[in-house]
Design a protein around this ligand. Structure first.
Ligand code: GLN
Length: 478
């Protein structure tokens, strides 16, 4: 009989023969059916997943060596390419487009005997914080269906929240893994920039984008991270730094005392729900009691973070999204057009949603001749100042603790008419993308409304080992 508490336990079941990959897939396909109304998936690869499970069960029976992710059931955000399958970024403009190749992350999962069960819903081109900007419609948060699941990887967060897969991949450009994980009560990891190849990930803002992972436990997330990380010749920004044995490194955790920084400006920020700052303060207090060095660090840049992020990411997006012109990919307007420019305009006006258009215009504006220095150059300077400050902090500390979001998951529709309010709520997550550090949302807390919320832990770039270790410890002492 299939049951799941961790990948390790599941793989033990498979080895002992007390369960099969086919049973696992059947279980998850049933779960997907039962939770259909949440709208977490854009595609379910039912038949194919069953076939692959049967193939893997056969493989096990023959005694062949099994891959590290043998039988592991994974959903992927609909911005990650899977050869021969639709890839839409939840946008009309990619209607009918099928991937010609698989993302490196997907390739590596398949090589290690994982199973891809489906593609998950998201905000169009990963732009948003609520999953309301999707051509497939909104996703509901299972903890309270009148609330958003967060975004942009809302479908992936809900897919894990309601147990329709073991791990879901998302992408995190400014919080799109951590914030929905926070809103849905699951683990959400954003690795360091360059840890996982971006090959086959649809580009939003290339100097920020990173594939991230949702799971129920730290060891599960560590196991998949270990497989999909590492240098890839197809992505020049992927790092050559060695991939540490993340899973094993969790087994040898001593009771090391850490140096932990927190920003008073963040917890005192007026938009933060008092229950959220209270919960984090209490945790800081108890970490101190346990012997960790916990200290406030003055952080003077808080007000500059969101503007810098939106200037730089919209600039990169305007450039990246210029390729969707109706000629090469997906949707093409059938309205008559007098010339090529009119044709482009027509197709792009019909193919992109409101938020994506807003960002393309904003990005085009900040890159335009007369404004380039005032906006783009300035924002790059802010990014550099943030990196310098962050490097200094990590000389003295192992981790920075922050909220993920100023609020818990809010009601559907609440912020849709106010993009500035929506952008401002990204204040705590975009910092890690601006600086290329690794960060995670841990589902540690519950609000008086009954909703879950998480703690954000940030570690220096490429110190995933320490990040996972402290995370595992915090999750176990929950
Ligand atoms: N909410 C942020 C935005 O709208 C983050 C998006 C992301 O990480 N893809 O840009």
């Amino acid at each position: 009989m299939f049951s799941f508490s961790s990948i390790e336990q599941y793989q033990e079941q498979l080895k002992s023969g007390s369960s099969t990959c086919s049973e696992a897939i059947q279980f998850y396909l049933d779960r997907i059916q039962q939770t259909r109304h949440l709208n977490a998936y854009t595609q379910v690869f039912a038949e194919e997943a069953l076939e692959r499970a049967a193939f893997l069960d056969q493989k096990r029976a023959t005694g062949e060596p099994l891959g590290k992710l043998f039988g592991v059931v994974i959903a992927i955000k609909d911005v990650i390419a899977y050869k021969g399958h639709s890839l839409t970024a939840a946008s009309r403009i990619l209607e009918g487009f099928k991937s010609l190749y698989s993302a490196t992350a997907v390739e590596r999962i398949l090589q290690e005997d994982g199973i891809i069960i489906g593609a998950t819903n998201c905000d169009e081109f990963a732009m948003g914080s609520t999953n309301e900007n999707s051509v497939y419609g909104k996703v509901l948060n299972a903890a309270d269906e009148s609330r958003v699941p967060g975004g942009s990887s809302g479908g992936s967060a809900v897919a894990v929240q309601v147990h329709t897969c073991m791990i879901a991949l998302g992408s995190d450009t400014g919080g799109s893994v951590r914030q929905p994980a926070d809103f849905c009560g699951v683990v959400g990891l954003k690795p360091s920039y360059g840890r996982i190849s971006r090959y086959g990930l649809i580009a939003y803002a290339s100097s920020f984008d990173q594939i991230g992972l949702f799971g129920q436990t730290i060891p599960d997330v560590a196991k998949v991270l270990e497989v999909i990380s590492g240098k890839d010749e197809m992505d020049s920004t992927s790092s050559r730094l060695e991939v540490a044995p993340y899973t094993n490194s969790l087994k040898y955790e001593s009771d090391k005392k850490y140096r932990i920084a927190w920003f008073p400006e963040a917890l005192e920020q007026e938009s933060v729900d008092p229950e959220i700052s209270q919960a984090i303060r209490q945790l800081l207090e108890s970490l101190k009691e346990q012997g960790h060095q916990v200290e406030p660090v003055h952080f003077e840049y808080l007000d500059y973070i969101v503007p810098a992020y939106y200037v730089l990411t919209t600039a990169e997006a305007a450039s990246n999204l210029s390729r969707y012109d109706g000629v090469r990919y997906g949707y093409r307007s059938n309205q008559p057009a007098d010339d090529l420019t009119a044709f482009y305009k027509q197709t792009r006006s019909e193919g992109f949603g409101k938020e994506v258009k807003r960002r393309i215009m904003l990005g085009t504006f900040v890159l335009s001749a007369g404004y380039y220095d005032a906006y783009f150059t300035k924002a790059q300077q802010v990014r550099q100042a943030l990196k310098d400050k962050t490097n200094l902090i990590f000389k003295d500390f192992d981790f920075i603790l922050l909220p993920n979001s100023p609020s818990i998951a809010f009601p559907i529709g609440e912020k849709m008419e106010d993009p500035i309010a929506m952008y401002l709520a990204d204040i705590f997550t975009v910092y890690s993308n601006l600086t290329g550090t690794c960060s995670i949302s841990l589902p540690l807390f519950r609000h008086s409304s009954g909703m879950p919320f998480g703690l954000q832990v940030i570690a220096k770039a490429f110190d995933e080992v320490s990040l996972l270790r402290i995370s595992d410890r915090l999750m176990r002492s929950k």
